[in-house]
Design a protein around this ligand. Structure first.
Ligand SMILES: [Zn+2]
Length: 351
């Protein structure tokens, strides 16, 4: 089968032919139909994660995976309801199933977690073996290129906004800021409207084309922050919404200067959910965090429940997409475009 594999850190993946993997008795072999491309693929190549997880090579990249059930392992329970040909998406965090995080469903933060696309198996290959419990059914009327990104770009901000909602940060009298309108932010704006409890939604970015997309997806206001001081941005926010601060922030960028801006704009008792990883360190003043009783929510990817909920929204036509569909042999070209940061929407490789 064809596979895009990274053989060395710092080098582009090699597109090559390798054997179709065997499955364990509790696994299902998925024939990949589409796989989204993520900024974290570039970061994996660049070694961003090595300090935290030094994954041995070769690595088959690609973690936004959808496809069809090709072969079912012999101990996969009948009750799981899988049959050959079923359309499925791959939940990303494969936990050990035994720790307390796994036991409450948060397998993606298991200390022994494995991630597809960050090890021997990934979605930039024609087949991938997946433990059956990490597959979720997908409605057959949905296009594969649309559902692939829902396993990361279209799920990660969903979990983040649920955290803001569950913390009581949202309501009709609140303003929610969405920071960064890249692959994740376009979805974040839609979830902000769907789950935002009536909060007004303001999108912040530096690229006017991306902000136009946020507006199209339902943002009540958009603010282009390029070249503006935090005071100017606060003034613009006040004239748009009647208040100069944000009750909640969904940060899809995670860029240091944007986080500094976010914490300057965060209200008393404000909640900040961070899912972005553009930077690696932040320098923010401590006293306002304490005296204004602000909360920072780390939010990472998503679990089976998040993915199942997102797939239910997708099946009902509630999620819109901006996609660049590419071929397998264009993977390296688009990784470079992603590194430059100018891709609008999500890039999806389709077999
Ligand atoms: Zn676990």
């Amino acid at each position: 089968m064809r596979a895009a594999r990274m053989h060395d850190y710092g080098k582009t993946p090699v597109l090559e032919d390798i054997p179709i993997p065997e499955i364990q008795p509790d696994e299902i072999l998925v024939q990949v139909k589409a796989c989204g491309m993520c900024r974290s693929d570039v970061q994996l190549i660049d070694g961003y994660f090595r300090e935290y997880a030094d994954i041995p090579t070769p690595i088959t990249m690609g973690h936004e995976i959808t496809g069809v059930v090709h072969k079912i392992g012999r101990v996969v329970p009948k009750a799981a309801g899988f049959q050959e040909g079923d359309h499925v998406v791959v939940a990303p965090g494969w936990g050990d199933g035994t720790c307390r995080h796994c036991l409450v469903g948060n397998t993606h933060i298991c200390p022994n977690v494995r991630w597809p696309g960050f090890g021997p198996y990934g979605g930039f290959s024609e087949f991938v073996p997946v433990p059956a419990r990490y597959l979720v059914h997908a409605a057959e009327h949905l296009a594969f290129e649309q559902i692939a990104p829902l396993t990361d770009a279209g799920m990660t901000p969903y979990r983040g906004i649920k955290k803001l909602r569950d913390a009581g940060a949202l309501g009709p009298d609140r303003v929610l800021g969405v920071f960064g309108i890249g692959g994740l932010g376009g979805y974040a704006v839609q979830y902000a409207k769907l789950l935002g409890s009536g909060a007004r939604v303001v999108a912040f970015a530096r690229n006017s084309e991306k902000l136009a997309l946020a507006k199209e997806y339902g943002a009540d206001h958009v603010i282009n922050i390029r070249g503006k001081s935090p005071a100017d941005i606060a003034k613009e926010l006040r004239s748009a919404t009647g208040q100069a601060d944000l009750d909640a922030i969904m940060d899809c960028a995670g860029a240091p200067e944007m986080m500094q801006l976010g914490f300057k704009l965060l209200s008393i008792s404000g909640h900040y959910a961070d899912v972005g990883l553009v930077g690696d360190r932040i320098d923010i003043p401590l006293f306002p965090r304490v005296s204004r009783e602000q909360t920072l929510h780390g939010s990472y990817w998503g679990n089976n429940t998040d993915l199942t909920e997102v797939m239910a929204l997708a099946a009902r036509g509630k999620i819109r997409h901006t996609l660049n569909v590419i071929r397998f042999d264009q993977i390296n070209e688009y990784l470079e475009l992603l590194r430059a940061g100018d891709v609008v929407g999500r890039t999806v490789m389709k077999f």
